[in-house]
Ligand binder design. Structure first.
Ligand SMILES: [Zn+2]
Length: 134
């Protein structure tokens, strides 16, 4: 007789397959079946929680229900207000700006404009000239 397949063991776990004669003769399959049986028992076993722990938990819940004022947390409110103030400050304060260029006189402005107009070449191209110098 053939060994039980993984599918057979799964069917047995779900109660869809009965133990057959092969298990009585094959120790390998019987060992696997016992391992699965133990694992299932461990899985379904009730968790160990002491009565004292549960009683203390119930007392804590009742204490909190009877004293709702304990939920007030000034730190939480303080943090919220601080964050709100930061957002408002960020939205209302103008960012630091560089001081605008101060022109000394109109003559300088016109001479600068004239100089810019005379060179038709963009400034970015000027460094490229060095590449072609011999
Ligand atoms: Zn077997």
């Amino acid at each position: 007789m053939k060994h039980w397949t993984e599918n057979d063991f799964q069917k047995w776990l779900y109660g869809l397959k009965e133990e057959d004669a092969h298990l009585q003769t094959c120790s390998e399959c019987r060992t696997e079946l016992e391992r699965l049986r133990l694992a299932r028992r461990r899985t379904f076993a009730a968790p160990e929680v002491s009565e004292d722990f549960l009683a203390a938990q119930r007392r804590n819940i009742h204490n909190r229900l009877n004293h709702p004022s304990r939920n007030f947390a000034p730190l939480r409110w303080g943090f919220s207000v601080a964050m709100l103030l930061l957002v408002v400050a960020g939205l209302t304060l103008t960012p630091f700006r560089k001081s605008p260029v101060v022109l000394t006189n109109d003559e300088q402005l016109y001479s600068d404009l004239a100089a810019m107009e005379q060179t038709s070449e963009p400034k970015a191209i000027q460094p490229l000239h060095r590449l072609f110098e011999k």
